[in-house]
Design a protein around this ligand. Sequence first.
Ligand SMILES: Cc1ncc(C[n+]2csc(CCOP(=O)(O)OP(=O)(O)O)c2C)c(N)n1
Ligand SMILES: CC(=O)[C@@H](O)[C@H](O)COP(=O)(O)O
Ligand SMILES: [Mg+2]
Length: 635
Amino acid sequence: MTRVTLLESIRGPEDLKRLAPEQLPQLAGEIRDLLVTAVSTSKNGGHLGPNLGVVELTIALHRVFDSPRDRILFDTGHQAYVHKLLTGRQDFGTLRQAGGLSGYPSQAESEHDVIENSHASTALSYADGLAKAYQLRGEGDRFVVPFIGDGALTGGMAWEALNNIAAGKDRKVVIVVNDNGRSYSPTIGGLASHLADLRMTRGYEHALDLIKRTVPRTPVVGPMAYEALHGIKKGIKDILQPQAMFEDLGLKYLGPIDGHDEEAVEHALRKAKDFGEPVIVHCITRKGFGYAPAENDEEEAFHAPGLFDAATGRKLAKSSRTWTNAFSEELVALGAERPDVVAITAAMLHPTGLAAFAEAYPERTFDVGIAEQHAVTSAAGLAFGGMHPVVAVYATFLNRAFDQLLMDVALHRLPVTVVLDRAGVTGDDGPSHNGMWDMSILQVVPGLRVAAPRDGVRLTELLREAVGVADGPTALRFPKGPVAEEVPAIDRVGGMDVLVRSGERDVLIVAAGPMAGVAVEAARTIDAHGIGVTVVDPRWVKPLDAALPGLAAEHRVVAVVEDNCRVGGVGDAVARALRDADVDVPVRTFGIPDRFLDHAKRAQLLTDMGLTPQGLAREITAATARDEVLAPTES
Ligand SMILES: Cc1ncc(C[n+]2csc(CCOP(=O)(O)OP(=O)(O)O)c2C)c(N)n1
Ligand SMILES: CC(=O)[C@@H](O)[C@H](O)COP(=O)(O)O
Ligand SMILES: [Mg+2]
């Protein structure tokens, strides 16, 4: 009869509440073992460091509050694995697999989950709104508990929300700050150093405890000695008392609390509940706590380690050169030639490939925290000052800085280059991480030029061209994963590379970025069916090349293939260009449907959407054979 572990005995928070305090360390150990095993063996990645760091915190949260009546809101949500384990979801063997557990909160999985968006710095705004709703609905006794990391606190939205939460004195908001001093790398900026000061006052808490233990409650010593000792206590309080930034905001502040001392956290959370008004509980944790390889990983504390050997912590190196590697190398080379080139990251120096540039040019590299809006407008400031900033972000996070790109950069025709990594389908991280909207939203930015390299060679070329543009902004986008093998051109028409030209001019395939390789392969099958096909890579998808309408006019139908939302993307831009040129050739777009994509592998999602050589060939061949214009694929 196999022994049921403590964790297995927990089907929900009620079971957790029944555990005796002395059982909690064992539970924490079982949770950590499961996390290390699950993530180390997950072929779909996963977040280990963040979750190892919040084991005691999450246990205390679910013992003090009554989820789902009280709402626990995870900011970013990558640190919600322990929450899932304690709310009836322990099958972590399916983590981030299609149809399996999401790597983020998911309302479809549990009534205990709320925020599904993996974009940071949102939880406090949700909390402000939710608390107002509870108050209006006469449910003001429900607690709203946003759980936010120190990194997410560097995002501007968090401060907009704090400003509002502080105004709602009679709303039950308990803000849990999980301060591990890191985003991926150590958190930067004034706030980070303030939090570090508060962390330092942990000594203050211990000093106070020491005094409490030594200074008797009743003055059994003479009044003079008693006053003297309390004078010392007051002195320490004044010297070490945390500079009350949060209290100046009008928020009560509790902390800093040792976030790995479950009893202390429970005590603080219960105290916070008693306040009955907005309060911050500042917990100090260590990212990766309890697993030495993660604790000692200076770079990222095993934030998203990928596959690794659990016994040794040795990460299994990524086999192939990625798009990010190609970008990183070329930017360093550019940095040597162009002293005006500077790089900006929003707390993702390594993931966006800027670490090498930072190593070579530390004074020309800026980590602004998880603050994409600030990143783009500070880039505008740098450009006003004569520099050429390269802002490297994941494509999905650029959504947050759209107005800054439109009004702070493009309106002033500033030479800023935005490099969008993880553009297109990313897959494992779920719906809010796919970079599937950039080639749609960027269409409406006047004067912005957008490049989509099809392989590493074109990435190098196009990055140089983009950084060479001095009279306006540029954007360059590429996907997650191994960089595409070179797809050679056989000709050039205008600024477009012709990749295939076979038979009659039946179908013109305009393939954006890595879809060019897909189209070249599909063309072989299409050609084999006796259908004439031309494949072009526009290289710059905005503005489209002036020669495109003329080339299209030579064909019966145009098929546009893009790893972007079909709505408002390159396909729509091509159709508009043909209409404007009075070229009456139908355009069919093959791209991502207008819906959110559940988590699954990138390759699987592309297959499901027909964005593979087989899928594309099948659609085009079938439609053309029926002598119909091509029907769009809706899946
Ligand atoms: C708007 C946005 N930018 C970047 C990211 C990428 N990202 C995911 S987690 C993370 C670090 C979060 O740090 P913190 O809030 O301190 O949480 P921790 O991982 O330390 O628990 C970042 C930058 C994101 N999710 N959202
Ligand atoms: C939670 C978050 O936003 C990041 O940690 C993201 O999961 C990283 O994605 P990659 O693994 O593609 O770098
Ligand atoms: Mg952190």
